[in-house]
Ligand binder design. Sequence first.
Ligand SMILES: NC(=O)c1ccc[n+]([C@@H]2O[C@H](COP(=O)([O-])OP(=O)(O)OC[C@H]3O[C@@H](n4cnc5c(N)ncnc54)[C@H](O)[C@@H]3O)[C@@H](O)[C@H]2O)c1
Length: 437
Amino acid sequence: MSDHSSSKIIYEVHANNESGNNSPSNDRNEFSKTVTELENCRGNKTESDNAEETSSFERSDKWVWDTMAVGHACVKSVVPLELLRHIYLPQQSHDRIFDPTTRTISYLQPRSYLPVKSLIQGEKKRILVTGGAGFVGSHLVDRLMLIGHEVIVLDNFFTGRKNNLSHWMGHPNFELIRHDVVDPFLIEVDQIYHLACPASPPHYQYNPIKTVKTSVMGTINMLGLAKRVKARFLLTSTSEVYGDPEEHPQAETYWGHVNPIGPRACYDEGKRVAETLTYAYMHQDSVDVRVARIFNTFGPRMNENDGRVVSNFIMQALKGEELTIYGDGLQTRSFQYVHDLVDGLILLMNKDYMEPVNLGNPDEYTIREFAELIRNEVNSSCKIKTLPAPTDDPKKRRPDISRAEQILGWKPRWPVKQGIGETVKYFQRQMEAGLIG
Ligand SMILES: NC(=O)c1ccc[n+]([C@@H]2O[C@H](COP(=O)([O-])OP(=O)(O)OC[C@H]3O[C@@H](n4cnc5c(N)ncnc54)[C@H](O)[C@@H]3O)[C@@H](O)[C@H]2O)c1
């Protein structure tokens, strides 16, 4: 895997930023220059170049390209990494000043935006992202905006936050609509990324009936919309459809081992029905569908108290508390960094493939190893304590990503340790800004 911090070109981009001129207009010049360099460096790739592209992950002459940007030239989703970092790891907030003494926030107007690509008619798409104010959704929106599309977000803000998208508010290519996907919604769009659904156990178990309604009625509504306006539809399903798996690693052909009446069923079975609905609309009504089965993902903008392993450990370590492991800590998980997932989602949406595709990082850690990794990264004086395991907690989880490698030319580029570094920085800055405690 590549190391995003070690390349010469990344150093040069950093050096530009450290010169003190971090303004969006400076970024704008850098952006066009960098994208041109990237595309020249990579060449104008077509879908038939996929085989070559897959092998490029191992070729050292491609590291330079891979380390300075995220995305794939074949679907024009390339974005300089530094530009994305400007959004989620800004030196200072673009639109507000926090006064720690009075604990007040002053919002600044008027505002400027990061540069978005200017796409010609036909290339520029109208894209609906449901759940776009959440963790994964907001990163997907950033990428779709930067590559020049028009993006409409539907969100009921159950777990999502306006803050995750505040840097796009008012932009002519962007629209944010408060709407619950359980109710029908009509709009003319070309593509629908359907993410709306609480994803962490405390959130989806808070109101299990609503979780099932969101998965079932929300997906029916979005598939109905896709059918009506002839939009391509992508469902963000989950590795939870495999339940507590009896096959390891899990390939897309595995049917799963799910408890239909356990505390996780509202989410697991909800997503299984969402997949069933997706393929029913494909067979019965010829809707053009994609299904991504996402494995554990982490990164900036995770909810700090969503009970997920990564945010739990980082917040506990930052506060100097004990790190809590549920069970013996020998259960395994694999964690992918959010940029890798966004790469995969955009590739899948734009490729001609309708079967489910696993998107995850196959590097497998025990939960205890992972706690130690975060403790070493953040605060080595923290102790680790164990609590009883929750019901139906899967013992093993690791994606078989051969299909994604073959079909999409995709595999994760971010080593877990490096993603953890950025995520820790994000939580630190959120704490300093008084946004989380
Ligand atoms: N993050 C992961 O590790 C992971 C793993 C597997 C699958 N997924 C899937 O990816 C998608 C996004 O997950 P996330 O981690 O960003 O979660 P998240 O909770 O941060 O985001 C979900 C978003 O959906 C919105 N939402 C929830 N119910 C809604 C409703 N009824 N109507 C409109 N909006 C609604 C929330 O407000 C939030 O903005 C989900 O579908 C999830 O199942 C995520």
